[in-house]
Design a protein. Structure first.
Length: 570
């Protein structure tokens, strides 16, 4: 009888070593799946520019040449999906404070940590402008003032700051009389602009830009209905500038387009009692974010504006969000949702039938259009609108919970899901393309991770380190591999005395073990240098046999065979 080990699947701790199906492992540390051979992951390599100023970094983002870093957990940053964006805008969501933005002329300045400079993301609406005076401008020849058309009106203003961010319109000014005569400029009203609104930037030295005020006058009929229309612009280069409006009604232009342009949820507790933006992600041409009760969306091409009309409010606590194609998956403390729609104004949530509470805001990732996240019962997969527990076949709920799902972080690399368990200082790998491969252990312990958007690379900072490294990037050196087969049990005791190891590279160190009839264990370690069979020094019979590979270099083992006689290898 001969044993041939040729598949080298991962671990399934749900089963005892003797209960495992053939080809599954008792231990599979740093072993990579995908090629039906036993091979190691490559070592990580330091990322370009990856030297950080702190060994306590917990959040990462790769900008143009610098790494943004934060010592707070859960900070997210995303490039704004603007076509031909000359400023390389980035929006940052910090769960403990207000959302921010930065751009290329200020973000990477100085010596770090980066970003060097940030600004609040949103611009609040200004207060109402003030009317200074309303007077006769000119009296056409042969005309008296009693010939003028006279009506009562008011003004609203919109602030456009030095970064081009437009506010919502202000409240209306006090009413004022405006007079007209046959489309001629005969009357004027002086309007004083209010103070620059909260979070607005009047001037910016790095860009050499100055904000401005758009002024709108009410154009109402006798019944009081109508709209505000554009009458002119005044620079915000000086405080509280005065705008003189003398434009006839027929020449008024468009209405404000920024109604309901509120900032994203921030640290204003009175306005946002459920907290600031916890996370930000990029959709096709707009941004999405959430706090504990609502999911919100930015205006396309206006990432600073998050209209309340686009809010999706949830009765459950929202834990995190993640894009999935053109949809947005919302994970809560009870049921997952898929929010669908082609525009932020048309998003609609669909509650998935299978309850699955998300255990950690950091334990979610997307691989091959499927979402993976940690619940307290296992690792869940969302495929379309179906939820499935993919760890249940290999781990019990008790074993999964022992890994502390609430402290987990998920990342991905090249189509693999990487599961990082902070409490136990262990990581696991799951291959969605080979779900029957179960889990494999991985000897990395990151305290911060980041998915590089231009590749499938995963960057991370190891616990206690101040250097960003790229996973599986060293083309020469590999991670030390430790692997142990299942325990093969025979009805009658046998003596395995011959073995053979086929590998792409040698030498290979393999340990063979068995339990004698008296339950004592005998082992033999062989450094194999070629693919010829060799003899084992075993003289006794045993019911249970297994093999191990420890500390392997990049040997790429194809098969391990154990037999009772040399004739079995002919």
């Amino acid at each position: 009888m001969k044993l041939t080990l040729a598949s080298f699947k991962g671990i399934a701790p749900k089963f005892d070593p003797e209960q495992l199906a053939d080809d599954y492992s008792v231990q599979s540390l740093n072993a990579r799946s995908g090629r039906e051979i036993l091979e190691s992951w490559q070592n990580p390599l330091a990322a370009v520019g990856g030297a950080l100023s702190s060994a306590l970094v917990k959040s990462l983002f790769k900008y143009n040449t610098k790494w943004f870093s934060w010592t707070k957990s859960g900070v997210t940053a995303v490039r704004v999906p603007l076509a031909n964006d000359p400023w390389d805008y980035v929006v940052i969501a910090d769960p403990l404070t207000y959302p921010q933005m930065t751009f290329n002329t200020v973000a990477e300045s100085g010596v770090g940590p980066w970003p060097a400079t940030t600004f609040r993301l949103g611009v609040n609406a200004p207060v109402a402008p003030t009317i200074v005076q309303s007077k006769l401008l000119a009296l056409p020849e042969g005309v008296v003032e009693d010939d003028f058309d006279s009506y009562e009106t008011s003004y609203v203003v919109v602030f456009i700051d030095a970064f081009g961010r437009a506010s919502a319109p202000s409240p209306a000014s006090a009413n004022v009389i405006f007079k007209e005569y046959e489309g001629e400029e005969v009357w004027f009203v002086d309007v004083t602009m209010p103070n620059v609104p909260t979070n607005g930037v009047a001037t910016n030295a790095s860009r050499g830009t100055t904000g401005k005020w758009y002024v709108y006058r009410g154009n109402f009929n006798g019944g009081g209905s109508g709209l505000y229309q554009y009458t002119g612009t005044v620079s915000a280069g000086t405080a509280n500038p005065v705008f003189r409006d003398k434009k006839p009604s027929l020449l008024l232009d468009e209405s404000p387009s920024t109604y309901d342009w509120t900032p994203a949820p921030d640290d204003n507790v009175a306005m946002y009692p459920n907290g600031p933006l916890q996370k930000v992600v990029a959709m096709v041409d707009f941004l999405a974010g959430h706090n504990s009760k609502l999911v919100c969306f930015s205006e396309p091409a206006a990432f600073h504006a998050w209209p309340t009309a686009y809010y999706q409010v949830f009765s459950e606590k929202v834990i995190t969000i993640i894009p999935s194609g053109q949809n947005l998956v919302v994970l809560t403390d009870s049921n997952p949702y898929v929010v669908t729609g082609a525009a932020p104004s048309a998003m609609s949530p669909v509650k998935l039938a299978e309850p699955a509470a998300c255990a950690s805001s950091l334990a979610v990732t997307e691989v091959a259009d499927r979402i993976y996240f940690a619940s307290n019962d296992g690792m869940m997969e969302i495929n379309g609108f179906t939820v499935r527990n993919v760890s249940r076949d290999y781990m019990t709920e008790i074993q999964w919970r022992a890994l502390s799902p609430s402290t987990m972080t998920f990342s991905n690399y090249g189509g693999f899901v990487l599961i990082h368990c902070a409490l136990t200082n262990t990581s696991y790998v799951y291959d969605p393309s080979a779900p029957n491969d179960a889990f494999r252990q991985l000897n990395i312990n990151p305290q911060a991770t980041y998915q590089l958007t231009q590749s499938s690379d995963m960057a991370y900072v190891a616990k206690g380190s101040s250097t960003v490294v790229l996973f599986n990037s060293d083309s020469v050196n590999v991670m030390p591999l430790t692997w142990q087969s299942k325990v093969y049990q025979f009805n009658d005791p046998v003596c395995m005395s011959v073995a053979k190891v086929s590998a792409n590279k040698y030498p290979v160190s393999v340990k063979f073990s068995y339990k004698r009839v008296d339950e004592t264990v005998e082992s033999y370690t062989k450094t194999v240098t070629d693919d010829r069979f060799f003899y084992l020094p075993f003289q006794n019979r045993g019911y249970r046999w297994w093999a191990e590979v420890i500390g392997s270099t990049n040997s790429q083992i194809r098969t391990i065979q154990i037999g009772q006689s040399a004739q079995e290898f002919n």
